[in-house]
Design a protein around this ligand. Structure first.
Ligand code: GDP
Ligand code: CA
Length: 317
C-alpha cells in the first residue's frame, strides 16, 4: 500500500510515527509525507525548516522527547555567543547540534540544490523510514498581520508564534510567495499514485491549509483516485498541544472538529475529504463526509497506528 500523508511539525511527526508503525505490518508498503514549509525562516544566515526538522528528528529517534522539537542531548553554546554579540533575533532557540543541520541545508541551497534534494540528503543520515517531501521547493513563508500604532504590520509567523507566543491578535495570515509556488518534485506523483491519502492531525491553518494552498495540491487531492481521510487535531474544542486555537478564529472557523472538517470540505462538495475521524464525544455532520469517532490521543506509535488502521478502514467502507 502506498500511503501519502500531509503533515506539519510536532503533531505531524507523532502521527507519522504511527503511520510508519502501521505500514511496518504491511510488507511492501511505502509512506510519503508532504511537509509544510510555510514556517521556514532565515535567521543568522541559516535556512531553517522547523517542520521538516521536527519530523526528521522524531522519525530518527533523535528528537528531544520533552520539547517535541530539536535534538536530544542538545547544548546552546552558539546561541549564548550570538546573544553576547547582540546578534538578533535572540528569541528563536538554535541548538548547537541543530545548527549543523541548518549549515548543511543552507550550503546545499546556496549551491543550487532544491530543498527536496537537500531534505533527501539530510534524511540519508537519519534513515527516517518515511520519504519526506517539502510541499514546495520554492521559498514561501507565512506572515501574520497584526495591528500597530501605524495601522497594520506583517511579521513572520515564527516571530508571532515563538516570540509572542501567539499572544498578539492576528488579523490575517498572508502566505508570501505561495501563489506562484509549485509543488516540490515528487509531491503531485505521491498524491496521484497513492492508494491512501491521510491528512494528519496537524495545525489546520498554518500547517495543513498552507500545504493545500500550494497551487496544484488541492486539485491533485480532489481529482486523485485515492480516498482522503483526515484526523481531527481538535479534541473537545481545543488543540491537544500547542496554540492552534489562536489560528482558526482568524479564518472565521470554529475551534472544533466540525469547524476543521468544514475548512477542508467534503470532496463531494468541492473539498478534499472523503472521511473524517473525530475524538470520542466530538461530532461532525457534513453532507457526503463519512465520519467516525474514536480515541485520537497520540499517546504512543502503537496507539496512533491503530488510528491509522481505522482511517484506512473508514476509506474502505
Ligand atoms: P507544529 O507544526 O509543530 O505546530 O505541529 P503540527 O502542525 O504538526 O501539529 C500541531 C497540532 O497537532 C496541534 O495544534 C494539535 O491540535 C495537534 N495534536 C497534537 N497532539 C495531538 C494528539 O495527540 N491528538 C490529536 N488529535 N491532535 C494532536
Ligand atoms: Ca509548524
Amino acid at each position: 500500500m502506498r500511503i501519502t500523508v500531509l503533515a506539519g511539525g510536532v503533531g505531524g511527526a507523532r502521527f507519522l510515527q504511527g503511520v510508519r508503525a502501521y505500514a511496518a505490518g504491511l510488507p511492501g508498503s511505502e509512506v510519503t509525507a508532504i511537509i509544510n514549509t510555510g514556517d521556514d525562516v532565515t535567521l543568522h544566515g541559516l535556512r531553517i525548516c522547523p517542520d521538516l526538522d521536527s519530523v526528521m528528528y522524531t522519525l530518527a529517534g533523535a528528537v528531544d522527547a520533552e520539547r517535541g522539537w530539536g535534538r536530544e542531548g542538545e547544548s546552546w553554546r552558539i546561541m549564548a555567543e550570538l546573544t553576547e554579540y547582540g546578534a538578533e533575533p535572540t528569541w528563536f532557540s538554535l541548538g548547537d547540534l541543530d545548527i549543523a543541520t541548518h549549515l548543511v541545508r543552507t550550503q546545499m541551497l546556496a549551491a543550487g540544490y532544491p530543498l527536496s534534494d537537500v531534505t533527501a540528503a539530510l534524511c540519508q543520515r537519519w534513515q527516517t523510514g518515511v520519504r519526506l517531501l517539502p510541499m514546495t521547493d520554492e521559498r514561501c513563508e507565512t506572515h501574520v498581520v497584526i495591528a500597530d500604532d501605524n495601522g497594520r504590520r506583517a511579521i513572520h509567523f515564527q516571530e508571532w508564534w515563538v516570540r509572542h507566543r501567539a499572544g498578539i491578535p492576528a488579523l490575517e495570515f498572508v502566505q508570501v510567495g505561495l501563489e506562484s509556488a509549485r509543488p516540490a518534485a515528487g509531491v503531485l506523483e505521491s498524491l496521484t499514485e497513492a492508494d491512501q491519502v491521510l491528512i494528519g492531525p496537524s495545525n489546520p491553518v498554518v500547517s495543513i491549509n498552507t500545504i493545500l494552498s500550494v497551487p496544484g495540491i488541492r486539485d491533485a487531492l480532489r481529482d486523485g483516485p485515492a480516498p482522503v481521510i483526515g484526523l481531527s487535531p481538535i479534541i473537545g474544542g481545543s488543540p491537544v498541544r500547542g496554540m492552534a486555537d489562536a489560528c482558526l478564529p482568524v479564518l472565521g472557523v470554529e475551534t472544533s472538529a466540525a469547524g476543521v472538517a468544514g475548512l477542508y470540505g467534503a470532496r463531494s462538495a468541492g473539498g478534499v475529504l472523503d472521511g473524517w475521524l473525530v475524538h470520542t464525544g466530538d461530532t461532525t455532520e457534513l453532507p457526503g463526509l463519512a465520519v467516525r469517532s474514536r480515541d485520537l490521543l497520540m499517546t504512543s506509535p502503537e496507539a496512533t497506528a491503530a488510528m491509522v488502521a481505522d482511517a484506512v478502514a473508514l476509506a474502505g467502507r
